[in-house]
Write a protein that binds this ligand. Structure first.
Ligand SMILES: [Fe+2]
Ligand SMILES: [Fe+2]
Length: 141
């Protein structure tokens, strides 16, 4: 009955797996902080972790409405030891998310799925903020 393509549904599920990954990743990086430099970033990591969890939930609600069960498996989580390694990976993961969301936006637009398009536009704007913050933080460490 729903009109979403398999390609769109699969990409939304990939997005959910990535959102769960970074939600846990930022949470554990926030928990495992130590030292003065970590002190500056731990609040950002904590608030980003919560935002990623909300992304996962919103996209899962949409995917379920479109007739597919959301995955329960996050993509591989990287916590890291040194702050610089943590932030470098986080920046890379945000770049991956931005790329995926742009692909989803193109597909949703083509399929006339304006609700998914609107939802993902909001998520993309959050990821661009996260990416911007990680780029700035990396310059400081
Ligand atoms: Fe996200
Ligand atoms: Fe993000």
């Amino acid at each position: 009955m729903r009109m979403a393509s398999k390609e769109l549904l699969d990409k939304l599920n990939t997005a959910i797996a990535m959102e769960m990954q970074v939600a846990i990743q930022y949470m554990w990086q926030h928990v495992q902080w130590s030292g003065v430099k970590h002190f500056a970033v731990k609040d950002e990591l904590k608030s980003f972790a919560v935002e990623e969890m909300k992304h996962a939930e919103m996209i899962a609600e949409r995917l379920f409405y479109l007739g597919q069960k959301p995955t329960t498996k996050p993509t591989p989580i990287f916590v890291g030891e040194k702050l610089k390694d943590m932030l470098a990976q986080d920046k890379k993961d945000e770049e991956g998310a931005i790329k995926l969301y742009k692909e989803i936006l193109d597909i949703a637009w083509k399929e006339g799925d304006h609700t998914t398009h609107k939802l993902i536009r909001g998520v993309l704007s959050d990821e661009e903020d996260h990416h911007d913050t990680f780029v700035s933080l990396l310059e400081e460490v």
